[in-house]
Design a protein around this ligand. Structure first.
Ligand SMILES: *Cc1c(COP(=O)(O)O)cnc(C)c1O
Length: 408
């Protein structure tokens, strides 16, 4: 038997698509929280307060707004749980993450026979996947055409596709859902806490899911925010769903929402929530709301532009339009060396990412890096890595221009 020494993990610069560097205040709440069980009154009060702050973060009056313990996929599993075998679904895929959403949906909509035919990658007849090429956004026209043709019960799309850094047309998706009577489900993992939007402005979307590690910045594994309209919950109440732990109605009990939908009901045990996680999540929401959604969104746009201009000046071609992330092709001379570049950076604890599906591109993120010093550090480290691989540009000039940008 081996008992290993304590696990030491270094402080790195997490400059990828996510996770973002967790705020020290969130970590402090996590480790300064006392031992308390999952029915202790302050833990439950914290969950109720977090639920209320989450409604403000989402911009919603939906009663069924709460956190699902775990990562983004945990929230999405809860969000997709109302999809039952044989249900007709159209899902839009334009990159890695919406691709996995599509897989999740196919697993849920597959009949037993369809699942058994290909358990890890089922292809149910009732699900249509609309593929949009990497690097392009899902447009309202694409959604309109597909929903008009297939008339599905459910429509699924990622708001911001983090794999390629593309913003998809939420308004167009919403309008097509309303027009064709489809129940919209949105993966808002990358947009909540970065972009400024009220989900209640999109009545065609009945179910939303996000994650703890990106815009909400509460990685010490906490909660994936979800929100369901009453219509979505009514469907679950009538039809049921095949999960205990991610059951939207049952899970909401611990957040003070009774099975008949009364907010402010006494909390009912669903699972053993962690006082540490509740306190950390609560603090992350306080930080988000104090910063202000609109201000935060403007800060992301401003800092993304700074990074974008700098990498363009290094000869890269930026193909993304998200404001938390720059996805780019290297200049011709370095094309094909993307993975090598990323590996070199990561070895120096400068943790950027390649794309996870073809084509290979470089992804540099700025989650929780909203200040001049942090952006300058990212630009400087990326410039060093590029120069080391033989790129040809004047780093001093790039840093000077960056400084001028921040000086206004
Ligand atoms: C990151 C991401 C996910 C997965 O989130 P995890 O926290 O890794 O589970 C899903 N969808 C999108 C759009 C993402 O960006």
């Amino acid at each position: 038997m081996t008992i290993y020494p304590p696990l030491e993990i270094p402080q790195t610069l997490a400059a990828g698509p996510g996770p973002g560097n967790t705020d020290p205040r969130v970590l402090e709440r996590f480790c300064k929280t006392g031992v308390a069980d999952h029915m202790q009154k302050d833990v439950l009060r914290g969950m109720v307060e977090a639920k209320e702050m989450l409604r403000a973060a989402f911009g919603t009056k939906n009663t069924y707004t709460f956190g699902v313990g775990g990562t983004g996929w945990s929230g999405l599993d809860c969000a997709f749980s109302p999809i039952l075998p044989g249900d007709k679904v159209v899902a839009f895929v334009n990159g890695t993450f919406s691709g996995i959403d599509g897989l999740n949906v196919r697993m849920k909509a597959a009949t037993r026979e369809e699942l058994a035919a290909n358990p890890l990658d089922p292809k149910p007849a009732s699900v249509t996947i609309i593929d949009v090429p990497h690097g392009q956004s899902v447009t309202g026209e694409v959604v309109e055409k597909a929903l008009a043709e297939h008339k599905p019960m459910w429509a699924v799309m990622a708001h911001w596709e983090t794999g390629s850094g593309r913003i998809n047309d939420l308004q167009g998706f919403n309008d097509a859902c309303v027009k064709h009577g489809a129940v919209g489900i949105i993966d808002a993992v990358s947009s909540l806490g970065v972009s400024d939007f009220d989900i209640d402005d999109y009545p065609g979307v009945k179910i939303w899911a996000s994650c703890p590690q990106k815009g909400v910045l509460s990685l010490p594994l906490t909660y994936a925010p979800v929100s369901f309209t009453d219509e979505a919950i009514d469907m679950v109440a009538k039809r049921g769903c095949y999960t205990y732990v991610h059951h939207p109605i049952l899970e909401a009990r611990h957040w003070g929402i009774s099975v008949d939908g009364k907010d402010g009901s006494p909390a009912g045990y669903h699972r053993t929530h962690s006082a540490y996680a509740v306190a950390a999540f609560h603090e992350a929401l306080r930080i988000l709301l104090t910063h202000g959604r609109a201000q935060k969104a403007a800060d992301y746009a401003f800092h993304e532009k700074a990074l974008r201009q700098a990498v363009e000046a290094m000869g890269c071609e930026v193909t993304s339009n998200m404001t938390s992330l720059v996805v780019c092709n290297l200049p011709g001379k370095l094309a094909g060396k993307e993975k090598e570049l990323v590996v070199g950076c990561r070895e120096e604890n400068f943790c950027i990412w390649p794309t996870l599906s073809e084509p290979v591109q470089v992804r540099i993120g700025i989650l929780n890096q909203l200040n001049e010093k942090a952006i300058t550090d990212i630009v400087s480290r990326f410039a060093d890595a590029m120069l080391k691989m033989g790129a040809d540009f004047n780093k001093d000039k790039i840093l000077k221009d960056l400084k001028a940008y921040f000086a206004g």
